[in-house]
Write a protein that binds this ligand. Structure first.
Ligand code: ADP
Length: 304
């Protein structure tokens, strides 16, 4: 990211903020709005010609080979494909966690490349939620304290953070467990806490990377059903990276990847089909080492 003067930063921040308010209200109310294209109004995320290369030593690996992709507001999309095909890389590039080598990504009509690092971090803290298998709970904090993290790092006052976190725990059916630490919760309950944390900032879009990978089939189905309900009742946009066909089956759309490219898509009309599936990745990842989780918290939301 190139250097940006303070005033430019502020103006651009205001622009982003205005646009976010417009989008959040679901309608446009001033003349500037007319300048926005129809696609900007309806697309939550749009990517065009995205290439991502990783350089290791003298060799270069092209993890994404010119991906075009978009997600409409209120959609629940599964990105599927075999291990190593580029799913996580795509999610990282679309959410602005990682820079693209070539191509463009727009979040709610705003080109991510035009934002400074600080603005991208703010955009994540305000507009995005993350449910990552590897990004989990701090064992020393209670459920409600874990949920508060993204609010506190983005400067929300502690009393408001506590109220909003309690409300988010209520949404996932865990209000009674607010003061319990992760070790006192089941795997399914822990993942509900991570969903509450992903929702607490009232995000426009939630990214999930193998969100049910550490759960047994009963808990996985419950968590997916909850995500579906939030998608339907609150219009939450969800993009779930998974290699599990049972997850894709209940989504609006499955985007298939292979070898760094999108090779097809389909619209399933089924239910989440996790019956009979066991735990796929073990449950021991549900609580992370504090230092790793703290680092990921900084990566995702920055530090206040
Ligand atoms: P998936 O999520 O589908 O399993 P990834 O996006 O994690 O796939 O990886 C796509 C390809 O990019 C793989 O070949 C992987 O080894 C490579 N890759 C991912 N991250 C890095 C990195 N930080 N450095 C080098 N290569 C990477």
């Amino acid at each position: 990211m190139g250097p940006t003067s303070g005033s430019d930063d502020t103006q651009q921040g205001d622009h982003v903020q205005n646009q976010m308010v417009i989008e959040r209200n679901g309608h446009m109310n001033d003349s500037r709005s007319a300048q926005m294209s129809e696609s900007a109004e309806q697309k939550m995320i749009r990517a065009s010609g995205v290439v991502k290369e990783y350089r290791t030593g003298t060799s270069t690996l092209q993890a994404l080979k010119g991906v075009d992709f978009s997600v409409t507001k209120g959609e629940m999309v599964a990105v599927m494909g075999p291990s190593g095909c580029g799913k996580t890389t795509l999610l990282n590039c679309l959410s602005g966690l990682d820079d693209v080598t070539e191509g463009q990504v727009w979040l709610e009509g705003v080109d991510l490349a035009t934002l400074s690092d600080k603005q991208r971090t703010e955009s994540r803290a305000r507009r995005m939620g993350f449910i990552f298998q590897v990004y989990n709970l701090l064992p020393v904090l209670s459920a409600i304290e874990n949920v508060e993290l993204p609010l506190l790092v983005s400067g929300v006052k502690s009393r408001e953070a506590r109220d909003r976190s309690r409300e988010a725990l209520r949404t996932v059916g865990l209000e009674q467990w607010a003061t319990h630490r992760p070790a006192e919760l089941s795997g399914g309950q822990r993942q509900r806490v991570t969903i509450a944390r992903a929702l607490v900032n009232n995000p426009a879009i939630v990214w999930g990377d193998e969100p049910t990978g550490a759960l047994d089939s009963t808990n996985a189905t419950e968590i997916l059903t909850l995500m579906r309900e939030l998608n339907r009742t609150q219009g939450l946009t969800l993009v779930l990276v998974t290699h599990d066909p049972g997850v894709g089956a209940g989504c609006d759309r499955i985007v298939r990847m292979r070898d760094g490219e999108i090779v097809g898509e389909e619209r399933p009309s089924g239910e989440f089909g996790l019956d009979g599936l066991g735990v796929t990745h073990g449950t021991e990842d549900s609580v992370q080492m504090p230092s790793r989780t703290a680092q990921l918290t900084r990566e995702l939301y920055g530090q206040g």
